[in-house]
Design a protein around this ligand. Structure first.
Ligand SMILES: [Zn+2]
Length: 251
């Protein structure tokens, strides 16, 4: 039986996963769940923020252009981001699939991604092996979190300035109020986790992401997952969605 499950795992890891898009507000656990997906399937996580910083650091043509735009205090255009994302998605390690982080942020970006994948990944004439042509279309998973639960998670965050340990005064409180269990330091709130900042972040998220969720919902491609459960339960749900998604396509 051990052999059988090992070969099943190998099969799972070797096959096409396709693009994975996770949608969810700050505090929904996107970072944690993304890491689980990366570990499970061995696909890269493509973060547009990291890509941009990398291009700037390496001084590529796209990076220099982006740097000049940001130096003027302007936002990097969609066109520039498309160039950066496209060049990354063409790399070999993305052939089996990838998980996107920070993209698409708008319905226009979601439309561009569909067109790009249609043209580059699913166009069988452009691929040399039949294996590459068996790619799955993006699976879009929305992490649903109760708003009050989210506020508890976000407003309760505290960290130790000495050892860096994280706490949540509502969900994982220290033994003594506001003091680190390990070294007794007074816990602090990161600027990002202050109540007024959090409300702003959640509102910005709602305004920004609703059109993206709507874009996929009208096409019946949005799969909702209840993210109010434990990390393990949420991971199990997400992996189930991804497994079924690609299985349905290849069957
Ligand atoms: Zn500490």
């Amino acid at each position: 039986m051990a052999n059988k499950s090992a070969s099943e795992t190998a099969q799972k890891i070797g096959r096409q996963i396709g693009p994975v898009i996770l949608l969810g507000p700050p505090g929904a656990g996107k970072g944690t769940q993304s890491k689980q997906i990366v570990d499970r399937y061995g696909i890269p996580q493509i973060s547009t923020g990291d890509l941009l910083r990398d291009h700037v650091a390496r001084g590529t043509a796209l990076g220099l252009e982006a740097k000049a735009i940001m130096a003027r205090g302007e936002l990097v255009s969609d066109e520039l981001m498309y160039g950066i994302v496209a060049s990354r998605l063409r790399e070999a390690d993305c052939k089996r699939g990838f998980i996107l982080d920070g993209f698409p942020r708008t319905a226009a970006q979601a439309g561009w991604l569909d067109a790009f994948l249609e043209q580059e990944v699913f166009d069988k004439s452009s691929t040399t092996s039949s294996e590459e042509a068996e790619n799955c279309p993006p699976v879009v998973i929305q992490l649903l979190v109760d708003y009050n639960q989210l506020l508890l998670r976000l407003t309760g965050r505290r960290s130790c300035p000495t050892c860096g340990r994280l706490y949540n005064i509502h969900l994982q409180p220290p033994l003594v109020d506001e003091l680190c269990d390990l070294d007794g330091s007074k816990l602090v709130i990161r600027d990002d986790d202050r109540q007024e900042v959090i409300s702003g972040r959640l509102t910005a998220y709602e305004n920004q992401t609703r059109p993206v969720a709507d874009y996929y919902r009208v096409q019946r491609r949005l799969v909702a997952v209840n993210a109010d459960r434990t990390v393990e339960e949420v991971t199990a749900q997400i992996l189930g969605v991804i497994d079924r998604h690609c299985h349905d396509r290849s069957a």
